[in-house]
Design a binder for this molecule. Structure first.
Ligand SMILES: O=C(O)[C@H](O)[C@@H](O)[C@H](O)[C@H](O)COP(=O)(O)O
Length: 238
């Protein structure tokens, strides 16, 4: 039976006593996966989420001496703001991940000036086609409402965002709960990754995750876990 027909989302729970322990463990996992990809195909493709959670993980990963010159880093999603904005995920990645050893990585942003978010998404879709898909590693975050990437429950195109057969790489998002308009990888690209991590911290996020895995209306995070052909590795610390 295809995974998307299963009602049980597959995931592994990796709990840690502290956030620094989690950062070191997740960074070690990601670095090992990237190195394996480089050994197997000469390059590695990593997509990371933004927000307030990843900074410690980014700092830990940036210091690990892998062949970063063979790694391409892009974003899971981006707010429609320039890198100079404090809301920019590209700015967060530049300041925290593309430092130390990881400064040698190639970064492919999502935001660029455009007439509209739809125009930006269409040109991103073309530009990102040149990357060495599928993702080797994707690191997701989750909001308290059960969104991941920019798959906000109130997004006006949520069914397109969560279409496992979508041919799009990057899609535009208008969602009142998301703040600025967003650019996001499609679920189709996310679930094709060789390693899917979900990084969440705090009791509220744990409760939100457990609720999302329970009965009731399926939130975006659950739809992603159900559609993924491999178990998602959840990394959590209080
Ligand atoms: O652009 C973003 O905000 C992220 O990519 C988004 O999906 C994030 O992972 C969650 O909203 C959690 O955000 P926090 O880490 O700030 O709780």
């Amino acid at each position: 039976m295809a995974r998307e027909q299963l009602s049980e989302p597959a995931y592994s729970w990796n709990g840690f006593a502290g956030r620094q322990d989690l950062a070191a463990a997740l960074a070690g996992n990601v670095a090992a996966r990237l190195t394996k990809a480089i050994d197997e195909r000469g390059t590695a493709l990593l997509a990371v989420s933004g927000g307030t959670t990843p900074a410690k993980f980014f700092a830990a990963l940036s210091a690990i001496p892998i062949a970063w010159n063979k790694v391409t880093v892009t974003l899971v999603d981006e707010r429609f703001v320039p890198a100079s904005s404090p809301r920019s995920n590209a700015g967060l990645v530049a300041a925290n991940l593309l430092q130390n050893a990881a400064a040698a990585a190639q970064f492919v942003p999502m935001y660029h000036e455009a007439a509209s978010i739809e125009t930006a998404a269409a040109s991103d879709d073309m530009a990102l086609k040149a990357l060495a898909w599928p993702l080797d590693v994707v690191v997701l975050g989750m909001g308290g409402d059960g969104h991941t990437a920019s798959f906000f429950p109130d997004a006006d195109n949520l069914s397109d965002l969560l279409d496992p057969a979508s041919r799009r790489i990057v899609l535009p998002v208008h969602a009142p709960s998301g703040g600025e308009p967003r650019l996001t990888l499609s679920m189709a690209r996310i679930i094709a990754a060789g390693f899917i991590a979900l990084h969440i911290e705090g009791e509220d996020k744990r409760t939100a995750f457990e609720n999302a895995m329970g009965p009731g209306a399926k939130k975006p995070i659950r739809k992603v876990l159900e559609a993924a052909p491999i178990p998602v590795e959840v990394f959590w610390a209080p």
